[in-house]
Design a protein around this ligand. Structure first.
Ligand code: ZN
Length: 394
């Protein structure tokens, strides 16, 4: 069936649009009309369309997860601690239709080629996948020996990252080196119509965002070129993140966590967003990402690894629910952190909004508990009534 008609959904684009019928064809949203108009009766009666009854459901944009280690990460405790690849179902069950992939600490046994292969496998099944060239380290490993060329010539690459700062695992960058890397990503993005954004892994050292602040003070790179992540790592970093937004910067909070990190002072992602919102940070400057399939290493005070867990994409959906249910953030605002705001920052112009002409990435949420009921990714029905319809070959 090439046409899908979603009927009687309460649509949030993320702006509230009321009860609407949404027509999907050729992988795009073709029309959104108030249900009371009965605009599509001819299509429905002609049995041309697959009709989805969406009464008592919210219809929202498919979620964008702006950092997932799709080909696995970790390894900080030796080879046996390398984390597995992200299964397709992890994204589907979390309502995620768009993923931005990245490498982390290990760019020796984890390669960009392998990550691109995994990205293309996920695209084969129906997800939209983009990626960052490079890894934690600088000089960055790339496919073409150039950050600029990678972004310009390789379709999936939209920026650089996650480049590490303020972390004992980072390349201990000088601000000039960071400015140079950022300039290469920025120019690559400009010349190819992409964001050229630099995803910044911020560790737990006292340096916090000082390197980024130096770059924007002493070079021509604007704050908006960067998307620093893990800003909810501790209260001090969250405060620095809020100051960063005053300079025009964006911040990303990480939804994967564990009891150890919370005990060490990490602020759960939803709570961090709620705190920032209360302090006046705009929902157009804050995003959430899962850091899925990263290892969650646990270090003692001498930086010795004492344990390891794996981040989950599912945490993106649960943090979104927490934001609405526990922190009483309005649905249309909470949605921005996982839809329109990352789309805007990452310049994914067809993503993150339910508007006519956009990619048909649409998620039906149960109105009672916000659980994922049905997921459409670029027009393809991935999950319906909580049943997965697309399975991986292995
Ligand atoms: Zn990271």
């Amino acid at each position: 069936m090439f046409i899908t008609l979603i009927k009687q959904a309460q649509v949030f684009s993320p702006a509230p649009l009321g009860i609407c019928d949404v027509l999907i064809a050729n992988n795009k949203i073709q029309a959104i009309e108030a249900s009371e108009k009965n605009a599509f009766t001819s299509i429905e009666d002609g049995k041309l369309a697959h009709v989805i009854d969406a009464q008592h459901h919210y219809l929202v944009p498919g979620f964008i997860d702006s950092l997932v280690h799709i080909s696995g990460g970790g390894g900080e405790g030796g080879f046996h601690t390398r984390t597995p690849e992200m299964p397709l179902q992890d994204a589907i069950n979390a309502g995620v239709t768009t993923i931005i992939a990245g490498l982390g600490t290990d760019s020796t046994t984890r390669t960009l080629s392998d990550m691109l292969a995994k990205a293309r496998a996920l695209k084969h099944y129906g997800l939209s996948v983009y990626a960052y060239t490079g890894s934690y380290h600088y000089p960055a490993k790339t496919i073409t020996n150039s950050i600029t060329d990678d972004i310009m010539l390789i379709e999936e690459f939209i920026g650089l990252g996650e480049l590490a700062i303020a972390d004992h695992r980072s390349s201990q960058l000088h601000w000039r080196e960071l400015a140079k890397a950022a300039a290469q990503a920025r120019v690559g993005g400009m010349l190819s119509g992409k964001a050229g954004v630099i995803s910044i892994h911020v560790g737990d050292s006292n340096d916090k965002l000082s390197l980024l602040e130096k770059v924007i003070e002493r070079s021509d790179i604007p704050a908006s070129q960067f998307l620093p992540t893990h800003i909810n790592r501790n209260k001090e970093l969250l405060d620095a993140g809020m100051k960063w937004t005053e300079k025009g910067g964006f911040i990303d909070v990480t939804t994967s966590t564990n009891a150890h990190f919370i005990a060490q002072g990490e602020i759960p992602a939803a709570k961090a967003i709620a705190i920032c919102a209360e302090k006046g940070v705009s929902f157009s400057q804050m995003t959430m990402s899962s850091d899925g399939n990263a290892s969650l290493p646990v270090f003692d005070k001498h930086n010795h690894l004492v344990g390891l867990e794996v981040g989950k994409v599912q945490s993106l959906h649960s943090s979104f629910c927490e934001l609405v249910k526990e922190h009483k953030i309005a649905l249309q605002e909470a949605l921005k952190t996982v839809t329109s705001t990352p789309a805007e920052i990452l310049r994914l112009t067809n993503k993150g909004n339910l508007i006519v002409g956009a990619d048909a990435d649409a998620l039906l949420l149960n109105q009672n508990d916000l659980s994922v009921e049905t997921l459409i990714s670029t027009g393809k029905l991935m999950l319906h009534n909580k049943q997965a319809l697309v399975l991986e070959d292995f």
